[in-house]
Design a protein around this ligand. Structure first.
Ligand SMILES: Cc1ncc(COP(=O)(O)O)c(C=O)c1O
Length: 432
């Protein structure tokens, strides 16, 4: 059992000045949260000197691995030239041009700092452009922590209502009263219910927003025809289709989920992998949609938008992902698929019912007898306490995964690290 003495001391200290001892609710842990000393490539070291092969990667951003040389160089060079200008600079158009070249639906781009802001901007833009109030979101999808969307991410089933007609369950106390009045929550992967909803609220729906691969509730693939059907319905009904690509962008393919699945939204939001660990997010979409921001009808601002250090990192990361796409994406997917196959085999060897799904560069391990997980209700029926236990057992054996069972790959994960990981998986399943 690895020691966590120093982490425990640091947590005790943090709790005296940092509310709850962590700066994001996502970092809360059953016991002591992780305190990191340093990280490099696919590995990180905690403050007690424990080395971990890392499949969290900062919740997805470090797509080239931690402290990737290209990122370190770009950041170091730009830091010396100034950190925050709140003015234009050379990286801005360079990164925007790169995004427009890589992402099928991107014709104009605006930058923010974090994903929640980009989603906020995209939905304001949809309402501003269409003059309609309502937004459709899907149960189990996470679109950031701001009031208009913090509903029904992982709701208590006792409050969540019928599967076919979910209630909008707030994810926090203190949300703006009535902030769900214009939010319609539907189950993921059920196109018929989206069609019914458009009939019921004809002329009132500004946008449908979704995670095109549902990564905040497993790694749930859209069923064939789901994204295509959303595209057709939105076009026919004059609503915007918004893909929240904060996780999938630059991860599933150079052009994100819209390239991977071959469906082009009107607007998309990007974050996480875009700058290899530095905070950059973006709203990108069709020119006539983005025009409402371009001409000032819809407000969009931020002191740190396109902060030059982060944008220098984005330029470096995107140039690698774009120019080496033929090597980078197959390698990441193959490493992930090797892990997925090895985890399934370990489950069989140890008699643990396991379902592993996802494209490879990101994937989910569910402990369930089910052969398919299609939506939040399926996810909620998995053995989530045992999945949390598996996460702990892996951590004890030097493998760091997202506690709910999600794994992120980077270009830095080597075949030797994949093999070492599978050894730890085997031991963890034996102990489960
Ligand atoms: C799909 C999705 N959208 C939006 C967000 C919010 O991004 P941020 O945490 O950078 O505000 C996240 C964060 O995990 C996300 O996964």
């Amino acid at each position: 059992m690895p020691t966590r003495t120093r982490a425990e001391q640091m947590y005790a200290r943090a709790r005296r000045s940092v509310a709850g001892g962590v700066s994001s609710d996502a970092r809360r842990a059953a016991g002591t949260p992780m305190f990191v000393d340093h990280a490099s490539g696919a590995e990180l070291w905690d403050v007690d000197g424990n080395r971990l092969i890392d499949y969290v990667l900062g919740q997805g951003p470090n797509i080239l691995g931690h402290a990737a040389p290209a990122v370190v160089k770009a950041v170091s060079e730009q830091v010396a030239r100034g950190v925050a200008y709140a003015a234009q600079h050379e990286w801005e158009a360079e990164v925007a041009e790169r995004i427009c070249a890589m992402v099928p639906g991107a014709e104009l781009v605006r930058f923010n700092t974090v994903g929640s802001e980009a989603v906020h901007g995209a939905l304001r833009l949809a309402r501003g452009l269409t003059g309609r109030p309502k937004i459709v979101k899907f149960e189990g999808n996470y679109h950031g922590w701001l009031d208009p969307v913090l509903y029904s991410v992982h709701p208590d089933l006792a409050l969540a209502g019928q599967a076919s007609q979910p209630n909008a369950v707030p994810g926090s106390a203190g949300l703006t009263p009535h902030s769900a009045a214009d939010l319609i929550v539907l189950p993921y992967n059920d196109l018929g219910l989206v069609r019914d909803c458009f009939e019921r609220f004809s002329g009132q729906i500004a946008a449908v927003i979704c995670e095109p691969l549902l990564c905040n509730t497993g790694a749930i693939m859209p069923v064939p025809g789901f994204l295509e059907g959303l595209r057709e319905l939105c076009t026919a009904q004059g609503a915007l289709l918004v893909f929240d690509e904060i996780i999938t962008g630059f991860r599933l393919a150079a052009g994100g989920a819209q390239e991977f699945f071959g469906v082009t939204p009107d607007l998309a939001t990007f974050g996480k992998a875009i700058a290899g660990g530095m905070p950059v997010s973006a709203i990108a979409g069709r020119e006539e949609v983005m025009a409402a921001i371009a001409d000032g009808r819809v407000a969009h601002a931020g002191t740190f938008n396109s902060q030059p250090v982060a944008m220098a990192a984005a330029a470096a990361v995107l140039s690698i992902l774009d120019e080496r796409r033929e090597a980078v994406y197959p390698a990441m997917h193959q490493a992930g698929q090797a892990l997925m196959a090895g985890i399934r085999a370990a489950g069989e060897r140890h008699g643990v019912p396991v379902l592993v799904s996802g494209p490879g560069s990101v994937f989910q391990v569910y402990l369930t007898e089910k052969s398919d997980v299609r939506d939040y209700r399926d996810f909620a029926a998995c053995d989530r306490p045992r999945m949390a236990r598996l996460h702990e057992l892996l951590l004890e054996r030097g493998v760091n995964t997202v506690p709910r069972g999600l794994w992120f790959l980077s270009t830095a994960h080597s075949p030797a690290q994949v093999d070492e990981t599978l050894g730890a998986v085997d031991a963890a399943f034996a102990a489960l």
